[in-house]
Design a protein around this ligand. Structure first.
Ligand code: ZN
Ligand code: ZN
Length: 460
C-alpha cells in the first residue's frame, strides 16, 4: 500500500514558509514530490506510518488520512446502501393523521411534489439531489471498490471514481434526513405522526452512505488505479530550483480531481491536456476562476433578495390562505418555543447563505487587492464555505415533504410559493461559486510578490 507523508521542517507563520527537503543536487523525481491542492505549496513525499493524518503546514488542507481496509469497507457499505435504496425511497415514510384524515408519503413522492406545484426547476433539483445523485454515488462507489478489489484493469474505473468525486456533494440524503426531522417537529403538535418502514430504511440508507463516503481512501484508490497502467515515462527526473516554494514555480501541475502531480513540460504539447490518471482536463489554475466566482456570487446576492422577501410557502388552514416568508417560518418556531429547530432553520436558510456570499466576496476582494493578511484563516473559511454549501437545501426539502404530507383538503394544505425558486437559485449559485473558485489563487498573492520572495529566501 502506498501512502503519503509530508516533511514539515520549519515552524510556520504567514510569510515564513517551511523549507522543503530536496535530494542532492536539487534533482528530484515527480513522484517524490507533491503539491498542496489548497495553496500549491511544494511538499516532499515519504512513506508514512499507519493511522496518520497529514495536513498542509501552510494552509491547513487535509492532504491525507490513512484508512483501514478501505476497499472492502467501501464495498460492503455501498452494497448495503444499494439494498436499502429502493425500500428507503419507495416505501411510505410517514403518515400524518389530522382529525381522522390521513396522508402518507414516500421520499420519491415528496421529491416529485414540486412538479405538481408548478415549480419545475426546484422539482428537478430536488429529484436530482434527493433521489438520483444518491443512487449514482452509491453505484459508482460499488463498481470502483468492486473493480479494485478484483484487480480489474479497466479505464472506466478511473472515470467512475472521478464522477463519484464530483457528485458526492450533490447527493443530499443526509440533508434530506434532517429535513424529515424538522418536518416531524413542525407537524408534531398538529397531527398524529406514524413512522412507516420507509423512514427506518431511509435512516439506514443515510447512515450507510455517510459511512461509505468516509471509508473511501481516495489516495489509495487513485494509486491502485494508476498502478494498473503504470507508465515509466511519468517517472522522469527534472530539476527544481532551490528557491522554489510552489508547484507552479517548480513547473508542476496538479490535477484538480485526483491530485496527480505532473511536470508542466509534459502537458504543454497539447492544447487541452488531460490528466493521464483520471482524464480530467489539467490546468495550472482553474480557468476563469475569479470571473466565474464573481459572476455566481453576485447572481446569488441578487437572487437572495426575492428569496427572502417573497413568500416561500403557502398554508391554507380552514380555507384561509396564509403565505409565509423564510423569516416568518423562523419567527413561528421561536414563538412556539421550538428554539432549537428555529435556530437550525435560521442557520441553514439565512445565516449560511449570508456567510457564503459575504465570505466569497471577502476572498475575491483579497485577491483583487492583494490583501496578504490572514491567508490561512481565509483558506479555512473557504473550505468551510465549500462544506456547508449543500446544507442550505434543507428548507427546500422541508417544503417538498410538507407539500405531500399536508394535503388535508379543506382542513389544511401546504404548497410551495415563488421564493422557493429564488432560494434554490441562491443555493446553486453559491455552491457553483465555491466549485469554480481555486483557493491557490489566494496564496498566489504572496508567492508572486517579489519583495516577499526575498523574505522567503532569507528564511533559514
Ligand atoms: Zn496548503
Ligand atoms: Zn487527475
Amino acid at each position: 500500500m502506498y501512502l503519503l507523508k509530508y516533511c514539515i521542517l520549519r515552524n510556520f507563520r504567514e510569510k515564513t514558509y517551511p523549507i522543503i527537503v530536496t535530494s542532492n543536487k536539487n534533482t528530484i523525481s515527480s513522484d517524490q514530490v507533491s503539491v498542496c491542492p489548497g495553496c500549491d505549496l511544494l511538499l516532499s513525499k515519504i512513506q508514512p506510518t499507519a493511522h496518520h493524518t497529514v495536513v498542509c503546514p501552510r494552509c491547513g488542507y487535509r492532504l491525507h488520512r490513512t484508512k483501514k481496509n478501505s476497499i472492502q469497507t467501501t464495498l460492503a457499505l455501498a452494497v448495503t446502501g444499494l439494498l436499502l435504496y429502493l425500500p428507503a425511497n419507495f416505501y411510505p415514510l410517514l403518515t400524518f393523521d389530522v382529525m381522522g384524515t390521513d396522508a402518507t408519503s414516500s421520499v420519491f413522492a415528496s421529491t416529485l411534489s414540486m412538479f405538481d406545484q408548478g415549480q419545475n426547476l426546484v422539482g428537478f433539483i430536488v429529484v436530482l439531489t434527493g433521489f438520483i445523485f444518491p443512487l449514482m454515488t452509491l453505484s459508482l462507489l460499488f463498481w470502483v471498490s468492486f473493480g479494485l478489489l478484483l484487480g480489474w484493469k479497466a479505464g472506466w474505473i478511473a472515470n467512475f471514481l472521478r464522477w463519484y468525486q464530483h457528485l458526492t456533494e450533490w447527493a443530499m440524503t443526509d440533508v434530506y434526513m434532517i429535513g424529515i426531522f424538522i418536518t416531524i417537529i413542525k407537524m408534531g403538535h398538529m397531527a398524529k405522526i406514524e413512522y412507516n418502514i420507509g423512514f427506518f430504511c431511509f435512516l439506514g440508507l443515510v447512515m450507510t452512505t455517510i459511512a461509505a463516503q468516509t471509508a473511501v481512501d481516495s489516495n489509495l484508490f487513485w494509486k491502485l488505479i494508476e498502478g494498473d497502467r503504470d507508465d515509466p515515462e511519468e517517472k522522469k527526473i527534472f530539476l527544481i530550483d532551490p528557491g522554489v516554494l510552489t508547484g507552479k514555480e517548480a513547473g508542476l501541475v496538479l490535477c484538480h480531481t485526483c491530485h496527480k502531480t505532473m511536470p508542466v513540460t509534459e502537458l504543454a504539447m497539447e492544447a487541452d491536456p488531460l490528466c493521464p490518471r483520471c482524464g480530467e482536463s489539467m490546468h495550472q489554475r482553474k480557468q476563469e476562476s475569479i470571473n466565474r466566482s464573481w459572476a455566481l456570487v453576485i447572481t446569488a446576492a441578487i437572487l437572495s433578495v426575492p428569496a427572502n422577501v417573497l413568500p416561500i410557502m403557502e398554508v391554507e388552514y380552514f380555507g384561509n390562505p396564509d403565505a409565509s416568508t423564510i423569516m416568518d417560518g423562523i419567527i413561528y418556531f421561536f414563538q412556539e418555543g421550538s428554539y432549537g429547530i428555529g435556530a437550525v432553520i435560521l442557520t441553514a436558510s439565512i445565516l449560511v447563505p449570508m456567510f457564503k456570499i459575504s465570505g466569497m466576496i471577502l476572498i475575491l476582494l483579497s485577491i483583487r487587492f492583494k490583501w496578504t493578511a490572514w491567508l490561512r484563516h481565509k483558506s479555512l473559511m473557504f473550505r468551510f464555505i465549500e462544506f456547508i454549501g449543500r446544507w442550505s437545501m434543507l428548507d427546500i426539502f422541508v417544503i417538498a415533504l410538507l407539500c405531500t404530507l399536508v394535503q388535508f383538503g379543506y382542513l389544511s394544505t401546504i404548497s410551495a410559493a415563488p421564493a422557493a425558486f429564488y432560494f434554490t437559485g441562491v443555493v446553486l449559485c453559491t455552491m457553483f461559486a465555491a466549485i469554480s473558485f481555486d483557493p491557490r489563487l489566494l496564496w498566489d498573492t504572496v508567492t508572486t510578490d517579489s519583495s516577499s520572495k526575498e523574505t522567503l529566501h532569507a528564511t533559514p
